[in-house]
Design a protein around this ligand. Structure first.
Ligand code: LLP
Length: 414
């Protein structure tokens, strides 16, 4: 995967523009996004699905990773769909121009009003409600009666697999709140198969995020394939689609690079498993990627407030904090740190911390960086996914700004 950033003469360049050009005009901390990189990532993902002959691929970008309107418009123009989890995300997807017939709605806590609005959207409602409990089906029927519409339903399978990723973002195990166990899906299908308000069109399965090792994904796809034939028999027709979820990881660190599964390998794996496990491939394969499309399209730009020395520790205190970007605090995630200008001199071992009053407010612990001085800019790389979308005003701070470099290389505020 390429990056939108590179160094030229020790100066950090983002989308062919020096980082300092942005940082001198926009108050730090701010997010900087590359539309071009986002589009490349999307195109590569889609292209690999086509290359592997996966039928009529529909790539529903997971808005929760980055709901920036300008970025979504770029994806919408390219034909992307959306994976949403709230009415807020539904409205954002629609304002970006994403076709309702390309929207899938996941999440264990869809409210009645959210279900109703999704049903009333477009000519026929959204593409699919990815249903996470039998109880949710009852609520969908109630709202569908009200809307006088038929809801398109995919059962989200809980495949009882353990995706080896951070425990906060693993979702496919039987004790997790997500999805429905196979035996319960079969009972539900039997019970509701004749409902005039439900159209059973698919199965979805999503087992976690930042997945690098594919073992659990293979098991989940096998479970979905086996369910698919059982379900088709009950409802009396083949299912239209299989939604394989999102979750493909990116290489944040050099260690990640060693174990990474690329979109090319991912699509080949899906093709291989489905061909072996399914009697017949469904008409369409749906994907819900977030991170693999958006992470590398963004960088958080911060400024060094001051340095602090304590015993043998050197702290670089920057003006961005865990309220702006929480991944390093919440999941102890690794992100590359990139000085706007690489100064001459020996690399130093530092802790890069923010101004928030919590020890967890740390972008990097004991990292070797070229010397940094007060006023220097520092980029936190690969923060286009789960960056701004998880930002808060904790400690009564303002939300960071977002600057988008468009496909022509223009940006607002230049
Ligand atoms: N589909 C469903 C049903 C999901 O729950 C998610 C992510 C995705 C798709 C997209 O997953 P992705 O391709 O981006 O891995 N805040 C965490 C990640 C939380 C993921 C939640 N669900 C982080 O920063 O690592």
């Amino acid at each position: 995967m390429t990056t939108p950033w590179t160094y030229k003469n020790n100066t950090l360049i983002f989308d062919n523009i020096e980082l300092e050009t942005f940082a001198k005009k926009v108050p730090t901390p701010f997010y900087l996004y590359s539309s071009r990189q986002l589009l490349n990532n999307y195109q590569e993902f889609y292209h690999q699905a086509l290359q592997n002959d996966l039928p009529a691929p529909l790539v529903c970008f997971a808005l929760k990773s980055n709901p920036n309107l300008s970025l979504l418009k770029t994806l919408a123009k390219e034909g992307a769909g959306a994976d949403i989890v709230s009415v807020g995300e539904l409205r954002q997807a629609l304002s970006a121009g994403i076709d309702p017939s390309k929207i899938v709605f996941s999440g264990v806590g869809k409210r009645d009003d959210e279900i109703l609005e999704a049903l009333m959207t477009g000519e026929q409602g959204i593409y699919s409600f990815n249903v996470e409990s039998t109880e949710e089906l009852d609520d969908i029927i109630t709202q569908a009666k009200k809307a006088k519409r038929v809801a398109r339903i995919a059962f989200r399978l809980n495949p009882r697999v353990n995706a080896r990723t951070h425990k906060h973002i693993s979702t496919g195990y039987k004790t997790h709140k997500f999805g429905i166990l196979e035996e319960d899906i079969l009972v539900s299908a039997e019970k509701y198969k004749d409902s005039p308000y439900l159209n059973f069109v698919g199965i979805s399965v999503h087992i976690g995020s930042q997945l690098t090792c594919m073992e659990a994904t293979v098991d989940a796809l096998k479970a979905a394939s086996s369910l698919s034939s059982k379900l088709s028999k009950i409802i009396g027709h083949p299912l239209e689609f299989l939604d394989v979820g999102g979750g493909l990881g990116v290489d944040y660190s050099p260690q990640d690079k060693e174990v990474l599964t690329t979109p090319k390998q991912y699509m080949a794996m899906i093709k291989d498993v489905l061909e072996k496990e399914m009697e017949e491939l469904p008409q369409r394969i749906v994907f819900e990627p977030g991170r693999v499309i958006s992470a590398r399209a963004g960088m958080l730009v911060t400024k060094v407030i001051r340095k602090k020395f304590s015993d043998s520790h050197q702290f670089i205190i920057v003006d961005g904090g865990m309220n702006d970007f929480v991944r390093t605090s919440l999941y102890e995630a690794y992100h590359e740190l990139m000085p706007g200008i690489k100064r001459e001199g020996k690399e130093q071992m530092v802790d890069v911390v923010g101004p928030i009053c919590e020890t967890a407010d740390c972008f990097a612990h004991q990292r070797k960086l070229t010397p940094l001085e007060k006023g220097d800019f520092l980029g936190v790389a690969d923060t286009g996914a789960y960056g701004f979308s998880m930002a808060s005003t904790y400690n009564m701070r303002r939300l960071p700004m977002e600057i988008v470099v468009d496909l022509e290389g223009n940006w607002e505020g230049q």
